[in-house]
Every structure is written in structure tokens, then in C-alpha cells.
Design a protein around this ligand. Structure first.
Ligand SMILES: [Zn+2]
Length: 136
């Protein structure tokens, strides 16, 4: 366990080994999530299945396509992100049914509606493997 996580409730502790495959897969241009082998639920990487408590998980590749579930335009940020202002933040509902939050690029905020088709684009951000949403 990471030292800075000490003292957090058990449900908030994410064992690094359970999350690392997400970043390894992203570096290979694959957008993935975990699937419970017991009940089939898809969920963002975390320690246990939020439905049945299963401790193991399978990694599956997502299509990366979906639609806008919620959106906002961010106009204030910590100093490190000031050069990006304003930016669009979207919660996308992927075709597989899970929600993913990410910045949206290559679009005007006013043109985006709930239900607008979007897709994940994997790219480097601040030198790290990352992902954004773009119009589909
Ligand atoms: Zn489960």
C-alpha cells in the first residue's frame, strides 16, 4: 500500500497492482476496464467488484465510443492547468454502459449536447499516457 493512502477506509484503497494494467494497456493504445468474472459487471479498476465483492477481475478492451452523458466548461483551475483554460469536461456514457470522465477536445462547448456521439482518443498529456474525448 502507498504511504499516502494509509488511514483511508478500505473501500478507498486501490492496490496499485489492480490499477497498473489500465495504464500499461493505455500505453499500448488500448482503452480497457475491468469485468467481474463472477457477475459480469463492468467497473473502473478498483479492489473489489462493487456488486458482488469478487476480488479478481478480467481486463477487457472497450470500443471507446459512446455519447455525452454530462458536460461542463471549466474556467478556473490550479496554476498547472491555467494554460488550458477554458476547457471542456465531459462525462461520457460508453457503448458498454459505463461512465468515464475526461477532457473534450476538437469541439465547441456550445455545439455539444447530451447524447452527442463521442469517442476516446489516447494521447500523451504532460508526458504521460492519457486520454480525452473527441467528437465521433
Ligand atoms: Zn461481481
Amino acid at each position: 500500500m502507498n504511504e499516502h493512502l494509509a488511514g483511508l477506509p478500505y473501500s478507498l484503497v486501490y492496490p496499485e497492482s489492480k490499477v497498473k494494467p489500465f495504464w500499461d494497456n493505455l500505453a499500448q493504445n488500448k482503452f480497457t476496464t475491468t469485468k467481474c468474472p463472477k457477475c459480469g459487471l463492468l467497473w473502473p479498476p478498483k479492489a473489489n467488484c462493487p456488486n458482488c465483492g469478487e476480488e479478481t477481475s478480467e481486463w477487457i478492451e472497450l470500443k471507446g465510443t459512446g455519447e455525452i452523458y454530462a458536460k461542463t466548461q471549466v474556467g478556473a483551475s490550479p496554476p498547472a492547468f491555467k494554460a488550458m483554460l477554458p476547457f471542456i469536461l465531459v462525462v461520457g456514457k460508453l457503448d458498454e454502459g459505463i461512465l468515464v470522465a475526461a477532457r473534450m477536445e476538437k469541439a465547441n462547448f456550445e455545439d455539444l449536447k447530451i447524447g452527442t456521439p463521442i469517442k476516446i482518443e489516447i494521447k500523451k498529456s504532460f508526458g504521460l499516457d492519457s486520454y480525452i474525448f473527441v467528437p465521433a
